[in-house]
Design a protein. Structure first.
Length: 310
């Protein structure tokens, strides 16, 4: 099910990697399950090169290289959207105003191996967005203290005594770094609905970079080749994993923006047809009434088509 790995050139800086993203489905009345969606997103690799300056001297230049097959957000969202509909009844794809209502980041835990439909029984842990936002707000508040820079005068190689990262035995990150992460998290939460927008319109996903993670870490995870071959190791895990939950239903927001004109056209079609049929029928020209009704129907259909083309 995974994408084939391209053959790397001898001097390629990209490391072999296999990534995937899990779409989660579930609700109060249905069983919760996850579907594995393969993708190719190897981590960019650093490289140091020697560059000659105009003066003839050499200096070291730090560069980041991406693999040529690195998949964009739009490509991955298209695949997520396609896989989502593959696990829905086929007729639902063609129902007007039915589709993805909301996309949100979740944690989930595997309960067993996949079934014949490639679905994995899982238990979904939904994130408390308000709680995450409040935590980010409290962390940012530290940086607004008047003595913040004097107390936490940290840099990459040195930490103040007040910073938890100053001790070797602590696993906590630098307070300055925590504030930076909290500010980014707050900004992402303010635009959390972009996850849904990117699924509905994958072409626009590249400019938002939502797959880096909005309320938590990125939903794209690395799996070791040995784990892929042995499903009992992958799907027998007890730890929680990040994923994206797709909620399907009626898209009422689209109805509000598109339905008024649609309803108007339907009423106009019905009214035009009945007026033509009744008037022509009273005159005894049923053949003419049918022809005029078809002309009226075709004219309104053209108007509807022009409305969506413009």
């Amino acid at each position: 099910m995974f994408l084939k790995q391209p053959n790397d050139k001898p001097n390629s800086m990209a490391r072999p990697a296999r990534q995937c993203c899990f779409i989660c489905f579930g609700g109060k009345r249905q069983q919760e399950y996850a579907v594995l969606v393969p993708c190719f997103r190897p981590n960019p690799q650093p490289r140091i090169r020697k560059i000659k300056t105009k003066e003839g001297t050499e200096r070291l230049n730090f560069e980041i290289f991406r693999h040529d097959s690195f998949e964009s957000d739009s490509t991955i969202y298209k695949r997520l959207n396609e896989v989502c509909y593959q696990h829905q009844p086929k007729f639902k794809r063609w129902i007007p105003f039915y589709g993805v209502v909301e996309v949100r980041e979740v944690k989930f835990r595997f309960l067993g191996i996949k079934d014949k439909s490639n679905r994995h029984r899982v238990h979904i842990y939904r994130l408390n967005i308000n709680e995450i936002g409040e935590e980010a707000k409290n962390t940012i508040a530290i940086s607004r203290h008047p003595d913040y820079w004097d107390t936490y005068g940290c840099c990459d190689e040195w930490h103040s005594d007040a910073c938890p990262a100053s001790t070797d035995y602590t696993a906590e990150p630098c307070i300055v770094k925590r504030v930076e992460v909290a500010q980014l998290r707050r900004n992402n939460l303010e635009t959390y609905s972009l996850l849904t927008d990117c699924v509905r319109d994958p072409q626009s996903a590249d400019e938002y970079e939502t797959l880096k993670g909005m309320a938590q870490e990125s939903p794209i995870i690395d799996l070791k080749i040995s784990e892929i071959d042995d499903q009992s190791k992958v799907f027998g895990r007890k730890n929680e994993m990040p994923g994206l939950e797709f909620i399907m239903g009626w898209q009422f927001d689209r109805m509000e923006s598109e339905l008024p004109f649609f309803v108007f056209c339907i009423l106009l079609i019905t009214l035009a047809i009945w007026i033509v049929v009744i008037v022509s029928g009273l005159a005894g020209e049923w053949t003419l009434s049918t022809a005029l009704g078809q002309i009226a129907l075709g004219s309104v259909a053209i108007l509807v088509g022009l409305r969506y083309l413009v």
